[in-house]
Design a binder for this molecule. Structure first.
Ligand code: NOJ
Length: 715
């Protein structure tokens, strides 16, 4: 049964309607339910009437909280319109998976979808009905702390993950196990100047259309119920009042009919941006542009009524927004059951259950990227290991967005090691803190290393060093960690470095001293198990970078699908007047798509079914792939295309397809791709998305830099 929401709307006063457009945090209700209005309520000058008309809440603590607040609310709301509870469930609810940047390095779309399904189930049982995820912002600057929450630098990969995550969260919106998804941050939040959080975005329309918008559209096409605006301006206009973005592109062009929400106080921030003189103008602009819910500021509540009375905006705008919100509540079944599937008991039984932990271990293992290995890995279980570093026995490896995850339920590296070998074979010392300048623990580290056959150094960034408001200008390992590497490398023992961090780091100052480097990101609840699985060879690493590792922060932004320029630098040619740096290479240290495993794969015999593709038809590419290693493994075969000459300059290569192939040691397989006209399209000068006749280069390989190639022509 579903509600006739138009009937409800017709009975609502204007104040009640405007209330639906406000979103608050739970603390407002906790105070009110204790019968006294202090703190945020008073500070925000809200009276209790507003509270019982408010449409939604963000960041509920658990099922118990949700049930208590909803109960109280339903007793007080005149029309019995339930609250809707939203939260940041970004990479898991209580079973925490790797941060999204890590997850994306798995290149495993169905696995990532599965993690979203699990997150949705745990969240739904715990009182959450909407997650503010997926974040699909394209990122090219590792100084920006929120790269950890993204799926990397590639439009195509971002779009696949956007779709998978929306589908994983939402399913068929079944009460027991699904929640609604909110695609964010619309748009281009991932391109702040200088990588500085909340900073200006100034990009061309072409860049916006080709690189940034497709992933949001993929999320919308997958049926996302909500979209969140971004904090930034584009071409001078903040997203939160950008009707070109919100009305023309999102609603008219893409047909989105779900709910648009501002980001936290971003309606208020229109004043700081300098596009609104006061809260009244901010409310008017945001409402006109199509923002339905105002998160955590009260310009709508304070001004919309008088704006309507003064004839400055039409009540129809408010009615439309309210209908969209009521319709979402209706779809989620809240009118029938305001508590939906929240259950303290079931949430306890389901969160971190065995099945979920199993997927968390798989996801963590799949997300880790082996950056270097001179042969020391996999480690021999018979050898004595000095396990050193601030992350050697650290349970805070969940990542900055793991609000509901519990460090005490997390497996540290030491615990992972203890599952594999007796404690007598491990000497664990801290060596140093993450960020302090204190080197007094170095002597313990040296003593431990001297007694061992192999050093495993677990280093990284504190969780708060990435994520929202986590921009860094210096993206090297903080504190004295690099010094610790230099100190221990003097002992001339094999040294494996495992990194826990939320962004690609600049590791050029020490990577040559390491025998092996494993990028573990913030791997989540099962992190320590996954690290041990890989280091001891119980798992063959298969992660591939979804974002380049810069050689130097001075290169940033450095990304694989750049343009050629008029004077491209050609390796080996010593021309001063080419596009290059005098002091560092153009290439990143590790490129997009890169990652090692314990098997090696040989690519050969690339062939095309034809050197010509007729319009509307397709051709096929074939290649032979052989596992020339000694262990079964997964290879991610990547296919890139380049349009050699078009009306506008095209990137030197663009990822258009990939396949993950599992091969036993010595096994060989023919891999096939289909290339169609759709894959050759770009936005021409008139704004049409179409393919232009002429020459294309197709390349395939195990990363974006090592490739076999062939050319063909579109005729
Ligand atoms: C601000 C962040 O930018 C956004 O991603 C998040 O969903 C909201 N805060 C709500 O917590």
């Amino acid at each position: 049964m579903s509600m006739n929401i138009k009937d409800i709307l017709n009975k609502m006063t204007i104040e009640e309607k405007i209330g639906q457009l406000l979103q608050l945090i739970p603390s407002f209700y906790k105070e009110a339910s204790e019968g006294e209005i202090t703190g945020p309520l008073k500070a925000a000058k809200l009276d209790e009437k507003i509270l019982w008309n408010t449409g939604s809440v963000l960041g509920i603590a658990n099922a118990e909280d949700m049930i208590e607040i909803q109960k109280k609310y339903m007793e007080n709301n005149r029309h019995k319109i339930p609250l809707i509870f939203m939260a940041d469930v970004i990479h898991g609810y209580r079973t925490i998976f790797p941060v999204p940047l890590g997850l994306s390095c798995s290149w495993n779309i169905s696995l990532v979808k599965k993690t979203a399904e699990i997150a949705a189930k745990e969240a739904a049982l715990s009182g959450v009905q909407v997650t503010f995820s997926p974040m699909v912002d394209l990122v090219r600057d590792p100084r920006w702390g929120r790269v950890m929450e993204s799926t990397g630098e590639d439009t195509y990969l971002n779009s696949l993950f956007a779709k998978a995550m929306v589908e994983g969260y939402q399913g068929n919106l079944n009460e027991e196990c699904n929640i609604a998804a909110c695609v964010k941050h619309f748009a281009a939040y991932g391109a702040p100047e200088g990588g500085r959080e909340y900073n200006t975005v100034d990009i061309s329309n072409r860049n916006l259309r080709e690189n940034h918008l497709p992933a949001y559209k993929a999320g919308v096409d997958a049926g996302a119920e909500m979209v969140m605006t971004s904090f930034n301006i584009i071409d001078g206009v903040p997203s939160t009042c950008n009707s070109k973005l919100l009305r023309d592109i999102l609603r008219s062009e893409w047909g989105f009919d779900g709910v648009v929400i501002s980001d936290w106080t971003s309606v208020d921030e229109l004043i700081n941006h300098g596009v609104a003189e006061d809260g009244r103008e901010a409310a008017k602009k945001a409402m006109e542009a199509g923002v339905d819910i105002e998160m955590m500021s009260i310009n709508y509540v304070n001004n919309l009524k008088s704006l309507i009375e003064d004839g400055e905006i039409s009540e129809k705008l408010i009615d439309d927004a309210v209908l969209r919100i009521l319709s979402l509540k209706n779809k989620l079944g809240l009118f029938e059951n305001p508590f939906r599937s929240s259950s303290i008991k079931e949430s306890e039984e389901t969160c971190c259950c065995e099945e979920h932990l199993k997927i968390a271990r798989e996801a963590a293992g799949s997300s880790m990227v082996l950056l270097k290995n001179d042969g020391v890995l996999p480690l021999n279980k018979e050898r004595k290991i000095a396990l050193i570093g601030p992350f050697a026995d650290e349970k805070n490896i969940l990542g900055p967005w793991s609000i509901y995850g519990k460090p005490e339920e997390t497996v540290s590296v030491l615990e992972g090691f203890l599952e594999k070998l007796p404690k007598e074979r491990i000497i664990r010392v801290k060596g140093c803190d993450v960020a302090s300048q204190d080197t007094s623990l170095f002597k313990d580290a040296i003593a431990a290393a001297e007694k061992a056959d192999v050093i495993v150094l677990a280093l990284g960034e504190e969780e708060s060093m990435s994520g929202e408001a986590g921009s860094r200008a210096d993206i090297r390992l903080p504190g004295v960690q690099e010094k610790l590497i230099h100190t221990l490398s003097k002992l001339n023992k094999p040294m494996v470095i495992v990194m826990f961090n939320g962004r690609p780091l600049e590791i050029t100052g020490w990577y040559q001293e390491a025998s092996a480097i494993l990028e573990a990101w913030f791997p989540g609840t099962e992190g320590g198990h996954a690290v041990a699985d890989i280091l001891f060879g119980d798992r063959n690493p298969s992660g591939r970078l979804s974002m380049s590792f810069p050689y130097s922060v001075g290169q940033v932004p450095v990304y694989y699908n750049h343009f050629n320029t008029g004077r491209p630098y050609v390796k080996g040619e010593n021309s001063r007047y080419s596009s290059k740096y005098l002091d560092i290479p153009n290439e990143p240290l590790y490129p997009f798509g890169y990652g090692l495993g314990y098997s090696e794969f040989e690519y050969s015999d690339l062939e095309l079914s034809s050197e010509y593709m007729s319009k509307g038809e397709s051709i096929r590419a074939f290649l032979m792939l052989k596992n020339i290693g000694e262990m079964e493994g997964i290879e991610t075969v990547q296919l890139y295309l380049r349009d050699v000459a078009a009306d506008v300059a095209r990137p030197v290569k663009e990822l258009k397809a990939f396949k993950q192939i599992r091969l036993k040691a010595g096994e060989e397989k023919r891999v096939e791709f289909e290339i169609d006209e759709e894959m050759l399209k770009y936005h021409d000068l008139q704004g049409n998305f179409k393919a232009q006749k002429g020459k294309f280069i197709l390349s395939v390989g195990g990363d974006s830099s090592k490739v076999l190639w062939k050319s063909f022509k579109l005729i």
